[in-house]
Write a protein that binds this ligand. Structure first.
Ligand code: SF4
Length: 324
């Protein structure tokens, strides 16, 4: 398998099972700059839609992972910015559908769904999870710090229009930040809009990982539960289960790293990118696990991989064109 640049995982996810993340946007290109963003502040605030990464490159990488025979329950577009900014996304989704039956999910901030061409790109996805953190202009400005060309009324209309056009399920995600978008008035507006959108599921979240801004705070479980009672549609609290939508947060850093390694050989850089951990944390836990022989190393094409001694018939450890 060639070095993977745009896919991460598959990693276990409470919502999507074993999810193969697909990252089709350069870090951190977005039209929002959310105070809670776990990727830090947006370095490229843009409304420019273009083919940031070509479909062929992404499809080739996905095929390699699928061919390795790993368990994948969902192929999930998410990652380093807003994926719908990439105009090749429709082609990517169609390409995946032609290649496999594995369902495709899209995590999006939902801000571009007012554009017909963006809605159309998502028609073939099996599940779409748009975010909507505020309905009032003031809360939207404070929590998501949008690009100047975005208008919250138009965004809400876009999500509603998409609901009418799209045949698959929509799970609406709302992330609450204390004293920013959790006022009773804002919650009331969000509950009304969620009802209007008619999403199959509304998922309530709060900050669970280090946010872009250090002075913002999460809501408690009780506060989220109280908010949940204000919604009339099917609603669940997902905070404390979510971590970049793809990992099991109750696991320690070491277990999360191990969980990646037992699935396929990975380099240190891949662990850092997949789990969004610092190089220091990864180096520390990898050294610990090597000391206790929980993992081992394997060199291939000049790259050092970490792998599990427990996995005997790993298909992707390939040397000189042959499986080991
Ligand atoms: S949380 Fe998502 S939408 Fe918000 S700034 Fe980060 S990448 Fe963009």
């Amino acid at each position: 398998m060639n070095k993977l640049k745009y896919t991460f995982g598959p990693v276990p996810s409470r919502r999507l099972g074993y999810s193969l993340g697909v990252d089709i946007i350069p870090m951190k290109t977005c039209n929002l700059n959310c105070v809670y963003c776990e990727l830090g502040r947006s370095t490229e605030m843009t409304m420019t839609l273009k083919e940031y990464i070509p479909a062929a490159v992404i499809l080739d990488e996905i095929k390699q992972v699928i061919d390795s025979g790993e368990r994948i329950d969902y192929i999930t577009f998410s990652g380093s910015g807003e994926p719908t900014l990439n105009t090749a996304m429709g082609e990517m989704i169609r390409g995946i559908k032609a290649m496999t039956d594995i369902p495709v999910a899209v995590l999006t901030n939902g801000t571009l769904l007012y554009m017909p061409e963006v809605r159309e790109m998502l028609y073939d996805a099996d599940l779409v999870i748009p975010s909507l953190d505020a309905v009032s202009r003031e809360a939207f400005r404070k929590v998501d710090r949008p690009h100047g060309h975005l208008d919250i009324d138009r965004i809400v209309e876009g999500i509603i229009t998409f609901r009418h056009e799209y045949k698959g399920p929509i799970w609406l995600e709302i992330l609450f930040v204390k004293n920013i978008n959790d006022s009773p008035q804002e919650v009331k507006l969000l509950a009304e809009v969620a009802e209007k959108i008619g999403a199959e599921l509304v998922q309530l979240n709060t900050i669970v990982r280090p946010p872009a801004e250090s002075n913002v705070e999460p809501l408690s479980d009780i506060e989220l539960e109280v908010i949940r009672t204000r919604f009339t549609c099917k609603t669940e609290v997902i905070a404390h289960f979510k971590s970049d939508d793809s990992t099991t947060p109750n696991l320690s850093h070491e277990d999360r790293i191990y969980d990646l390694i037992i699935r396929r050989p990975v380099t240190k850089d891949e662990i850092i990118a997949s789990l969004r951990l610092t190089p220091e944390i990864v180096a520390h836990h990898v050294a610990e696990m090597l000391n206790t022989s929980r993992i081992m190393t394997s060199e291939y094409s000049g790259e050092l991989y970490y792998t599990s001694p427990r996995v005997k018939n790993r298909p992707v450890l390939v040397e000189n064109g042959k499986s080991s």
